[in-house]
Design a protein around this ligand. Structure first.
Ligand SMILES: [Zn+2]
Length: 427
């Protein structure tokens, strides 16, 4: 881990026109404005003409799935998942999954994401890709099973724990783990209960798809006499901290459940719109004080892992759907995409998502002179409404520069593209 000095930079939260020096040491922000005693910079970045902000958190994705990008589009949800994606996924090799992960990470680093929450079929490949690239992630092995005796379900759970051990053998991997029962329509009641019991026993979080489609919501009401959210609560899934992806369909009584401490919701506007699933009630969730985060979902249902694009879409979609231009103001949008994501992953030792002393050095620099950022009226509005994601010039994760002047320092992109082209030859 090196020491870095970023000179003369505009910090996003600070007043326009005030420029400061920022000092990074030991993976954290060691000082702002004033050089810490005895600090000596191994690397210096010229911050003139750049804006500094914390990196974005992509709180829901499936990184290996970028190999399916632009492969199956404009289809009904069930046909897309069960007829197109599932059969290909079951034939996928670990090597293909590794390159899929690397491709996703390259796109995320380029567009300013410094941490992602992932549900994986190939968790080992995700761990390896994170260690190789320097990316930070919370990884969950996607779990599917009928009950606690289901052999496939038990194998997947075992794999989840094997990967946690494997990660410990890689000192460079900035990864943590949670348990990832896929959804209520792919996991049986007893399997969900069993997963919750194990999570509680081992002190792990849970990451699950929740109330994504109207069909899921109505089927659950019919079969279990409760909403999907009330159903998982009754099985103990929310007895541990949990990250719930989607939550598009909610009943009045669901909001109280979402307010439980440790529960976070991830909204995925592009995926929800593209698959025809509608709009999550984000303004209402925010009014209720629920920790709402932002995710892209996988590249086969989005088709980009670009969080700047996602935050722009979220704001516009929510203002449009609620017919209210006052919902999701620029500042709130940025909080959702940055701070709330770090809050959701709950690494107590590692506060993230703010430019403050002691916070993790997961930072991005943006090109202040980009034409779409002119004139320089309001940096928060520029980032929330004008950015494309490709204004990011430098990305720092855990105090390490992983992109410098738009060149990735840990990933050979030519090789990634070559391997991806090879992987999809037989689709
Ligand atoms: Zn998903």
């Amino acid at each position: 881990m090196s020491t870095i000095e970023i000179k003369n930079i505009q910090i996003l939260q600070e007043e326009k026109g005030i420029r400061k020096d920022v000092f990074i040491e030991g993976g954290r922000i060691a000082g702002i404005g004033q050089k810490p005693e005895g600090f000596s910079a191994e690397e210096v970045i010229d911050g003139s003409h750049k804006v500094l902000m914390p990196g974005l958190v992509n709180a829901h994705t499936h990184a290996y799935m970028s190999v399916f990008r632009n492969y199956a589009d404009d289809l009904p949800f069930t046909e897309w998942l069960f007829e197109k994606i599932d059969p290909l996924e079951s034939r996928m090799t670990s090597e293909q999954a590794y390159w899929g992960n690397m491709l996703s990470i390259a796109e995320m680093i380029r567009t300013g994401t410094t941490c992602f929450v992932d549900m994986q079929m190939f968790p080992r490949m995700a761990v390896k890709a994170c260690a190789d690239s320097g990316m930070r992630a919370l990884i969950t092995r996607g779990l599917v099973g009928s009950d606690r005796h289901d052999e496939g379900g038990i194998r997947r759970l075992r794999e989840a724990f094997d990967e946690m051990e494997y990660a410990e053998s890689l000192p460079d991997a900035n990864v943590s783990f949670a348990l990832g029962p896929h959804a209520i329509y792919t996991c049986g009641e007893d399997f969900l209960r069993y997963t919750a019991e194990i999570a509680k026993e081992k002190g792990l979080m849970i990451n699950i798809h929740m109330s994504e489609t109207q069909y899921e919501y109505e089927t659950c009401l019919k079969e279990h006499g409760r909403t999907p959210l009330a159903y998982i609560e009754s099985l103990g899934i929310l007895d541990v901290p949990a990250i719930l992806a989607h939550c598009v369909y909610l009943a009045e009584e669901d909001y109280a459940i979402l307010k439980k401490p440790g529960v976070s919701v991830v909204t995925n506007p592009a995926s929800n719109m593209k698959l025809g699933n509608g709009f999550a009630p984000v303004p209402r969730m925010l009014r209720e004080g629920i920790n709402v985060c932002l995710g892209t979902d996988g590249a086969s249902s989005n088709n980009a892992l670009n969080m700047f694009r996602e935050l722009g879409l979220m704001t516009l979609a929510q203002k449009g759907a609620s017919k209210d231009s006052l919902v999701l103001k620029a500042e709130e949008t940025l909080r959702i995409a940055v701070e709330n994501g770090y809050k959701a992953i709950q690494d107590g030792d590692l506060p993230g998502g703010r430019i403050e002393e002691g916070y993790s050095a997961d930072l991005i620099l943006l090109d202040e002179e980009a034409p779409n950022f002119q004139p320089k009226h309001n940096w928060k509005a520029a980032v929330a409404y004008s950015s494309t994601g490709y204004e990011v010039t430098d990305t720092i994760i855990n105090g390490k520069i992983v992109m410098r002047d738009r060149v990735l320092t840990t990933i050979d992109e030519e090789r990634v593209n070559y391997e991806i082209a090879k992987a999809v030859e037989n689709f």
